[in-house]
Design a protein around this ligand. Structure first.
Ligand code: C2E
Ligand code: MG
Ligand code: MG
Ligand code: MG
Length: 276
């Protein structure tokens, strides 16, 4: 009896597990072809001067136009790209595409690209960025690289070396999702960051609690004490924008100000901005 029960359990679990594994392997195979089939797309989310509400730049965010599953968000495939090592090829594509787009915008509009922490596990990250700058001809000071704290947690010394090499190329570096990791303060002091992006979770709470306002205030003051440009991420309401402006935050990004849009739409937005 126990045996048949065991078999039942086995039968219950196995197909489901197999399905998940098969689905993953299928997605992995699909991804290998996706680059060649040109299924990846970029969208651009504007970033604004918080006070004047003028566009200062845009963040490139990748999407996968999968042939049978419609639009996949990065959360669905970036981890897989990291596991399979495809992240390097994908990231090169993102960087190249983002810079090419930026060339069609006004000169003073920056472009931000997210790097995966995994890209810092290889020593060629600065060479790859240098190659993109050379191939596209973008002014390096218009390119901003967003990295998370986890980059420094892996191997702090080599991360610092690589970041110094990146800075030597003239690009900007910003710490993404600030406040979600730990020991941020120490890293900020000794690493060559130009800016921080306060994580959305802190901004979300701004309407609700007093303590989160105190926290955001402290982050902004600390950022400014270190001469960093501070951006608030995930602004969804007028109240949140009002608060961060009041707290002297430099820049703001979020659905309330502008959602991620296609390259063509962003180009139009930038052109209209120049006319006004
Ligand atoms: P991130 O770098 O923190 O990017 C911001 C994410 O927050 C984007 O999600 C954006 O659409 C979303 N967002 C912006 N404003 C708001 C808002 O007001 N409310 C809410 N609820 N969400 C907002 P997305 O595009 O799904 O990207 C998720 C993450 O995937 C990114 O977080 C980034 O870490 C990663 N990612 C995206 N593109 C790339 C890429 O090309 N390479 C790498 N390595 N990672 C990428
Ligand atoms: Mg980012
Ligand atoms: Mg972020
Ligand atoms: Mg985030």
């Amino acid at each position: 009896e126990a045996k048949s029960k065991g078999r039942n359990l086995f039968q219950f679990y196995e197909p489901a597990m197999n399905e998940r594994i098969m689905e993953r392997r299928q997605l992995e195979m699909d991804m290998r072809q996706a680059l060649h089939r040109r299924e990846f797309r970029l969208v651009f989310q504007p970033r604004y001067n918080a006070t004047t509400q003028k566009i200062v730049g845009a963040e490139a965010l990748v999407r996968w136009l999968h042939p049978t599953r419609d639009l996949l968000s990065p959360a669905c495939f970036i981890p897989l790209a990291e596991e399979t090592g495809l992240i390097f090829e994908l990231s090169d594509w993102v960087l190249h595409e983002a810079c090419l787009n930026a060339l069609s915008w006004h000169d003073n509009v920056l472009v931000s690209v997210n790097l995966s922490p995994m890209e810092f596990q290889r020593n060629d990250v600065a060479d790859r960025i240098a190659a993109v700058i050379e191939r596209t001809g973008i002014a390096p000071q218009r390119l901003e690289l967003e990295i998370t704290e986890s980059v420094m947690l892996e191997d702090a010394t080599s991360a610092l070396t690589m970041m110094k090499k990146l800075k030597a190329l003239g690009v900007r570096l910003s710490m993404d999702d600030f406040g979600t990791g730990y020991s941020s303060l120490g890293y900020l002091r000794s690493y060559p960051f130009d800016g921080i992006k306060i994580d959305r979770s802190f901004i979300m709470d701004l309407d609700q609690t007093q303590s989160s306002e105190a926290l955001v205030n402290a982050i902004i003051s600390m950022g400014h004490a270190l001469a960093l440009t501070v951006t608030a991420e995930g602004i969804e309401t007028a109240e949140q924008l009002g608060k961060v402006v009041e707290l002297a935050c430099d820049q703001a990004q979020g659905f309330y100000l502008g959602r991620p849009v296609s390259p063509m739409q962003f180009r139009q937005v930038v052109e209209e901005m120049e006319l006004s």
